[in-house]
Design a protein around this ligand. Structure first.
Ligand SMILES: Cc1cc2nc3c(=O)[nH]c(=O)nc-3n(C[C@H](O)[C@H](O)[C@H](O)COP(=O)(O)OP(=O)(O)OC[C@H]3O[C@@H](n4cnc5c(N)ncnc54)[C@H](O)[C@@H]3O)c2cc1C
Length: 398
């Protein structure tokens, strides 16, 4: 019988080199990151200290920044090879930061759209973990699902450069970031389809402020930020004025796929915990594993995992070969978010009150699953975008 802890599609087709990395990464995440999760989840100076220690250990073991370009100090794994181990790395929300692969999106974006001065100033330091970044698109009072209504503005400064003014919120990691990529309107009026640009803003600039933390279901890490006439050098514009949505679209496509891989890793973890619990604990009528309603949770969770994984792999394969993956990424994102929420919920149910308490990672896994259905675009946005794209191929304009 196939081991339900594998992907069901068989691991034989995996590249042997990627499989070896995957095992080492999985051991590191299980053995080093999992035990420190409660400290890391708490935020503050203790979390920063624990993260710094983990990063030093990852470097010492040759596991640092595996998917980042070797020329910049990374491990040089291709996206396809990294995707093979991203599930294991992402089994903890803290895995990518601990192993130095978290800057992959920013490094990819800056390498493609940053001006030479920006690439020179930041890329190597980003890969080394000396510079931290965040990404600010969503604004209070403006639907994040409609970027055309972005209210933050960047005006040209008479001496060159830009003056950025606006508010952003749910900016992940803003409090500890050195740079924030800000979507701002550089021309036109709110609602226009043109005129949005991306600027890389150093958070040490006058006028930049973290307004408050926004705990998500009790967890730290999200912030509201204010930009009050922040002066940004001209060379910190990414791409050309008006190119924000094209650049953001490329970034989001890669970012959503990476999240899907990580959510698979987290769902597999919840599934394993659920099965271990069912196999080792009794309920009022004997072993939990013998109860058909428990077996139904196990079946449905395994089905969700096994049907989601091929969708995510399809998105990975298209992105790795540079093809249009919008439909596949939309399908994978909705499926993976629902799947993580469902599997974590079942695992909590089988644990009873213990599943809601502090002794298992299940509350954190459930929280990630719930947030997954909103961040990077809520389910509804992907559902309608995919359906419209499909219907257009049947002759329905829309
Ligand atoms: C944990 C977390 C981390 C985040 N990190 C970041 C970050 O780092 N940077 C950043 O910029 N943003 C971030 N966000 C914000 C996130 O990307 C937005 O919340 C998301 O894109 C939705 O935007 P909104 O909240 O403004 O919802 P709205 O656009 O106001 O939508 C609210 C709801 O309306 C419904 N809806 C909207 N459009 C449609 C539609 N077309 N059809 C049907 N129903 C619809 C949906 O139910 C949707 O959930 C984060 C959010 C969370 C929860």
């Amino acid at each position: 019988m196939e081991d339900p802890r594998t992907d069901g599609a068989g691991s034989a087709r995996r590249e042997p080199e990627a499989a070896a990395w995957g095992e080492r990464v999985a051991r590191f995440v299980r053995g080093r990151v999992f035990p420190r999760e409660s400290v890391l989840d708490g935020g503050g100076p203790e979390a920063a200290e624990a993260l710094a220690a983990l990063r030093a250990e990852a470097r010492a073991e040759g596991l640092w920044a595996l998917p980042l370009p070797a020329a910049l100090g990374g491990g040089g794994l291709s996206f396809g090879a990294y995707a093979e181990l991203a599930e294991a790395e992402g089994a903890s929300d803290h895995g990518p930061a601990a192993l130095g692969s978290a800057p992959l999106l920013d490094v990819t974006m800056l390498a493609r759209f940053g001006r030479p001065e920006v690439r020179e100033a930041y890329l190597k330091r980003l890969v080394a973990g000396e510079v931290r970044t965040c990404y600010a698109m969503t604004e209070p009072g403006v639907p994040g699902t409609d970027p055309f209504r972005t209210a933050t503005r960047a005006e040209r400064h008479p001496d060159g450069g830009w003056l950025v003014t606006g508010r952003k919120w749910f900016t992940s990691g803003a409090a500890g970031a050195d740079l924030v990529t800000v979507m701002a309107r550089t021309s036109g009026a709110a609602g226009d389809r043109e005129g949005l640009s991306l600027l890389l803003v150093p958070t040490g600039s006058a006028g930049f402020r973290v307004v408050r933390e926004l705990p998500v279901l009790g967890a730290p890490g999200q912030y509201e930020i204010a930009l009050d006439g922040v002066r940004v050098p001209a060379d910190h514009l990414l791409g050309e004025p008006g190119e924000a949505l094209a650049i953001a679209g490329e970034r989001l496509q890669l970012g959503r796929t990476l999240r899907c891989l990580r959510w698979l890793g987290q769902a597999q973890r919840a599934f394993d915990l659920m099965c271990e619990r069912a196999a080792t604990h009794d309920g009022s009528r004997g072993p939990l594993a013998d109860q058909q309603l428990v077996q139904a949770h196990v079946f449905d969770a395994l089905l969700a995992l096994r049907t989601t994984r091929p969708l995510v792999r399809e998105a990975v394969a298209l992105i790795a070969s540079g093809r249009d993956a919008r439909t596949e990424v939309g399908l994978a994102k909705v499926a993976a978010a629902r799947m993580l929420q469902q599997v974590a919920d079942s695992a909590i149910q089988i644990h009873g009150a213990a599943g809601l308490g502090p002794d298992t990672p299940l509350p954190a896994l459930f929280r990630t699953g719930r947030a997954a259905r909103i961040l990077d675009g809520p389910d509804e946005l992907h559902i309608t975008a995919v359906a419209r794209r499909v219907l257009r191929t049947y002759g329905r304009a829309g």
